[in-house]
Design a protein around this ligand. Structure first.
Ligand code: IVH
Length: 700
């Protein structure tokens, strides 16, 4: 899309625009340039995943464009980066007709199916071997986009294939869909293209975590969440969910006689993908492979299936397409599918099984979670025997009964979920699931707060809660006490050796030595791990306390807001809400935690036992000689782990950036440093250091 020269030029323009902004009012004559620069950085970020500016720098440029357009409304253009934003709620999604019906694909499951399909194709065309283009089958929600005179004018869902819903405003929230694309450089006036909107595994996980923090049930898979998001009536919420779009098919276009040479790309499917890529779309340009004959296709399908989990997004197979468009036209279609394409479906990650019973588990906050026990079944190599069914509302929504046949799914690395119950298969003896009125562990009455979906045991001495709190405190992302895992904590609790969190630091080590299976080595490891945890950074302790709604990110925010943990006790609701990303609900929960006398006593006890309560970074950075300097590491370091190196920087008052930009002071390069190094070389203010030089600077 952008040549090397253009890249260098736009990067230079970026730097001069950043210098210009703030010094004088923005010259209207430069609005076009500002837009080009912003589009360029969106492309680097959303399509290539290789940003060249820091997020804050992008924001400065974007805000300046908003301001300049406000001051010069006549200069606003519909393809401007600012025109994605919609402030109003969507009223409805009117039905619209696709220019060409959206067909579905025939499926194949093994080599024999593919050989049979290829034979039919060769018979039909009289060819000895057919050239195919193979690409991922994206597992998301299908969309169809129309561009007219280089502008994005309409986005629609698949619907019934003939008509779909107009979701233009929501599609504009998908940042990898360009609002403008120079189809005119191919002589094209109007074009309809097809693709798939999806949520990457990482974004899906993040989204589900945010639901869990609000005690809401997670979504079953990235596909459902993408499809659901496209139907949300609040475009800003759609934007927050970070959807991505892959475009893989040109279904229709009109053109003039201009640029006919460029249009040669449109003779093949792989050429279509290349054109889309050239115009700034995220087409499977890098993932596609063109090959002749079905045997190579079969080999490639198996090879790709083996590395399916390495991709950042879900795919459920590959699509094999006849590459020559004229040949595609000659082969035509059946009533349902084109004859020139077929899906090769990977092994299912769904299975059906029986829901045998439901157990109720009590978590560290007292929340009672129903867990469905299933007839164990294997999905994609993993045996699944129990699945959380979250809360009463979820059970009702999914219409679950004991004895039901249920469809379950394990999407990649994602925790298995029940997709649905199969009510049509009921025999009549299935039983409703009854929620207990009392805590299954301590027997006290369960309570439910208004607007909450969860029942809780409010007895803070409930053994289940106490044990879960200790498990959380000791866990890897909290105080990271190796050797004090779930099983040992339960054992020590049952034996009366460990009754609460401070008890970890008073474990009767000699008595543990007499338990079967505990040798000298494991005792000494346990002792070392407990000792080491005393000096964990403050944010880990804050997270370890298990305050409701305080995940790792919020814990970091809280820890860096104080120098000494007990200072948090003095913060009121307003102070807390002034901190980054802390809303009224989270602030209320933090406040409540510090109002409970037992919690304060526990903190005092922990301090007496020698647990660090100070913010090391704040203390040290006062005399830190890297004060305010920014660092980034690339390549493999040989003497330090990346995390250790980053910690050294922070301890000395420096900070870590996430990408190369003019904000960066030092790039530290390990072995096999790649694109970041290349980028850094282009920005003269960045100093490039070897690992040795870095160690010298930090004085290690
Ligand atoms: S081509 C006329 N290519 O799979 C051919 N479809 O089961 C149009 N899909 O409805 C489809 N990745 O939503 C094509 N690389 C890909 C695809 C793909 C995912 C979806 C698409 C289609 C469904 C068919």
């Amino acid at each position: 899309m952008y040549s090397r020269d253009q890249t260098i030029k736009l990067q230079k323009e970026t730097e001069s625009l950043l210098r210009l902004i703030g010094n004088q009012s923005f010259p209207p004559g430069k609005i076009g340039l500002l837009r080009d620069v912003l589009r360029f950085h969106e492309y680097r970020y959303y399509i290539l995943n290789e940003p060249l500016v820091a997020d804050q720098e992008y924001d400065i440029l974007y805000k300046e464009l908003e301001k300049a357009e406000r001051e010069n409304p006549l200069l606003i253009s519909p393809g401007s980066p600012t025109q994605r934003v919609a402030r109003d709620l969507t009223k409805d999604f009117p039905t619209v007709q696709h220019l060409v019906p959206m067909l579905s694909l025939e499926n194949s499951y093994d080599a024999d199916d593919l050989v049979g399909w290829d034979r039919k194709g060769r018979e039909l065309t009289g060819l000895k071997a057919i050239e195919y283009c193979v690409e991922p089958k994206f597992d998301g929600a299908s969309i169809s986009l129309i561009y007219e005179n280089d502008l994005f004018t309409r986005g629609a869902t698949r619907g019934d294939g003939v008509e779909g819903d107009d979701i233009t405003t929501n599609i504009k929230q998908v940042r990898s869909v360009p609002l403008e694309a120079a189809f005119s450089s191919y002589g094209i006036n109007q074009i309809e293209i097809r693709g798939e909107v999806l949520m990457t595994k990482k974004n899906f996980q993040k989204y589900n975590e945010s639901l869990a923090e609000q005690n809401l049930a997670p979504l079953a898979n990235p596909r459902n969440s993408a499809a659901g998001t496209l139907r949300i009536k609040d475009p800003r919420e759609v934007s927050r969910r970070n959807l991505e779009a892959f475009l893989y098919h040109v279904s229709f276009y009109t053109h003039t006689e201009a640029h006919s040479k460029n249009r040669e790309l449109l003779r093949t499917h792989s050429g279509n993908l290349e054109m889309l890529w050239n115009l700034g779309f995220r087409s499977p340009q890098k993932e596609k492979k063109v090959m002749k004959g079905i045997e190579s296709v079969i080999g490639y399908c198996h090879e790709f299936e083996a590395r399916r989990d390495d991709l950042p997004y879900e795919i459920d197979g590959l699509v094999i397409k006849v590459n020559d468009i004229a040949l595609q036209d000659q082969m035509g279609m059946t009533t349902h599918h084109p004859r020139w394409a077929i899906a090769f479906k990977f092994k299912a990650r769904q299975a059906t099984t029986t829901l045998k019973s439901v157990e109720f588990q009590v978590g560290r906050t007292g929340a009672v979670t129903p867990v469905a026990k299933l007839d164990p079944v294997s999905i994609g190599g993993v045996t699944v025997g129990s699945i959380s069914v979250h809360n009463e509302e979820y059970i009702r929504e999914k219409d679950l009964k004991i004895g039901d046949k249920v469809l379950i799914e394990r999407a990649g690395d994602v925790i298995p979920q029940i997709v649905k119950s199969m009510a049509e298969l009921r025999k009549g003896d299935e039983q409703s699931i009854h929620f207990p009125k009392n805590c299954p562990v301590c027997g006290s009455k369960l309570a439910k707060e208004e607007e909450e979906a969860v029942w809780r045991c409010v007895n803070i001495e409930c053994p289940a809660q106490v044990v879960e709190k200790i498990i959380h405190f000791s866990s890897k992302d909290a105080m990271d006490i190796r050797g004090l895992g779930e099983a040992n904590i339960r054992k020590f609790y049952e034996l009366g050796f460990l009754n609460d969190i401070p008890g970890i630091y008073q474990l009767p080590i000699d008595k543990i030595g007499s338990i079967e299976g505990f040798g000298d080595k494991s005792i000494s490891n346990l002792r070392t791990a407990i000792e080491a945890s005393k000096s964990q950074p403050l944010h880990r302790l804050v997270y370890a306390l298990g305050i409701r709604f305080v995940g790792e990110t919020t814990a970091k925010v809280l820890a860096s807001a104080v120098e000494y943990l007990p200072e948090l006790k003095n913060k009121n609701l307003e102070d807390l809400q002034n901190l980054e990303d802390i809303g009224p609900k989270v602030a209320g929960s933090i406040l409540r935690f510090f109002q409970i006398p037992d919690n304060i006593l526990m903190l005092q006890e922990l301090e007496k036992l020698g647990i660090n309560m100070h913010n090391e970074r704040q203390k040290k950075s006062i005399d830190g000689h890297l004060d305010g300097k920014s660092f980034l590491f690339t390549g493999t370091l040989t003497q330090l782990k990346r995390s250790e190196a980053e910690e050294l920087v922070e301890k000395n008052g420096g900070n870590i950036l996430s990408g190369v930009s003019s904000k960066l002071d030092y790039l530290v390069t390990g072995e096999d440093a790649g694109s970041k190094l290349e980028k850094a070389k282009k920005i003269s203010s960045i100093k490039i250091l070897s690992e040795q030089e870095f160690l010298r600077i930090v004085g290690s």
